[in-house]
Ligand binder design. Structure first.
Ligand code: PGA
Ligand code: ZN
Length: 428
């Protein structure tokens, strides 16, 4: 006893993410030989307020290598953390944040902070022999999140003609998480049939997160109609709601002040009308990043106008408590997308989530478009009782790994497990 929780070593290595790009994995080893291992995911549709990733910029892997980040872990982080107790997450994260000392985490790197911080939490959970979601969330962690299934993609994440980035659906009418998975998978496979019949076999090509890719379609209404018809023909009419991630930062031109949409240039009001029309015609329950990442006023306006819709800030908040505080003052959005590597450490992400809850905002725990097989994301969603998780399509192993972990957690929690269902925005 005594010594067993102390850190003996911290090691980094370069592994691959689901896009076949390098990413950082960190092992934290205790004096007892217990290992906590975690890796950093990576975004493609990134916002400018995110923590900086350390990448090599050299010839190998087209500049995407993370050997520099590995060196930071092995030569700096290991020295900072050796001898520290893995159970002291907050203190350890604080040491890393203070050493980094930058607003954008550019000294140690957001990828170094995320992989190290989660590896510390896992080493503690493993040492204490309790699941990660209970270690982070305590005995009250019991809510199984509603999965926001990604069915069709556009924008930066798929080769389609769709400007909006993600067309999702949420099985809020399921009775359990496992039933939600069944419903989501059945709809995915039937939607594939519908799309390939209607738009040809190339619809079956998949985007970064396993989404389907109907060619020649640019109208969001056509996509939502197809998704709804797949839902209905599987007997799930009324049991799903729809969700959109416009990722409008990437449609916005700062010089003209206009948004690119279906070959036209739209001003903010015209784009607003499109959202209002979609919400009028469809059971659209959630809209993420409807306007660009600096437009707090636009977010506030749509939050007022579509008062029944969940308005999610991704690029807008970048999981950063400082940006969330600004948003709360404006009344911008009513939900924060939580991506740990946008901010850096686990402790900072937990602060952001708690601050959101205390101010009446919901939290949507989210993957990045490139993941690894590491399942800390699923554990985090249950740990903080978020009630909802965005994890791409219900296909491809890096996505399915998270869903499978949630199935295991549901089984383990047994009678105290609660599927968030219709109350995904406030599931307690
Ligand atoms: P990512 O974006 O590619 O940065 O992970 C996904 C999203 O916009 O939610
Ligand atoms: Zn987004």
């Amino acid at each position: 006893m005594g010594k067993c929780f102390l850190i003996k070593n911290v090691r980094g290595r370069e592994i691959l993410d689901s896009r076949g790009n390098p990413t950082l994995e960190v092992d934290v080893v205790t004096e007892d030989g217990i290992i906590g291992r975690a890796s950093a995911p990576a975004g493609r549709s990134r916002g400018k307020y995110e923590a900086t990733e350390i990448r090599d910029g050299s010839k190998r892997y087209h500049g995407q290598g993370v050997q520099k980040a590995v060196k930071i872990v092995n030569e700096i982080v290991a020295n900072l953390l050796k001898g520290k107790d893995v159970r002291f997450q907050r203190e350890i994260d604080q040491i890393l944040i203070e050493y980094d000392g930058t607003e954008d985490k550019s000294k140690l790197g957001g990828n170094v902070l995320t992989a190290t911080s989660l590896a510390i939490a896992k080493a503690a959970a493993n040492s204490l022999n309790i699941p990660l979601y209970k270690y982070i969330g305590g005995s009250n962690a019991r809510i199984l999140p509603v999965p926001m299934f990604l069915y069709v993609c556009g924008g930066k994440l798929a080769a389609t003609d769709l400007d909006f980035q993600e067309f999702n659906a949420m099985p809020v009418g399921a009775k359990s998480f496992s039933e939600a998975m069944q419903m989501g998978c059945e709809v995915y496979h039937f939607l594939a049939e519908i799309l390939s019949k209607k738009f040809g076999k190339y619809s079956l090509n998949v985007g970064d997160e396993g989404s389907l890719s109907p060619p020649g379609v640019s109208d969001p209404e056509v996509v939502f109609e197809a998704i709804l018809s797949a839902i209905e023909s599987q007997g799930y009419g009324g049991k799903f709601v729809l969700a959109l991630d416009a990722a409008a930062t990437h449609l916005y031109n700062y010089e003209s002040g206009k948004y690119k949409f279906r070959g036209k240039e739209l001003d903010k009001n015209e784009l607003m009308e499109i959202y209002i029309e979609l919400a009028r015609k469809f059971p659209l329950a959630s809209i993420e990043d409807p306007f660009h990442e600096d437009d707090f006023e636009g977010f506030a306006e749509i939050t007022r106008k579509l008062s029944n819709v969940q308005i999610v800030g991704d690029d807008l908040f970048s999981s950063n408590i400082r940006r969330l505080k600004i948003g709360i003052k404006y009344g911008a959005a009513n939900t924060i997308l939580l991506k740990v590597n946008q901010i850096g450490t686990l402790s900072e992400a937990l602060d952001t989530a708690e601050f959101a809850y205390r101010n009446g905002y919901s939290v949507l725990v989210s993957e990045r478009s490139a993941q690894t097989e590491d399942v800390w994301l699923a554990e985090l969603a249950v740990a903080i009782n978020s009630g909802q998780i965005k994890n791409g399509a219900p296909v491809r192993s890096e996505r399915v790994a998270q869903f499978n972990q949630l199935l295991r957690i549901e089984e383990e929690l047994g009678s105290v497990a609660k599927y968030a269902g219709e109350s995904y925005r406030n599931p307690i």
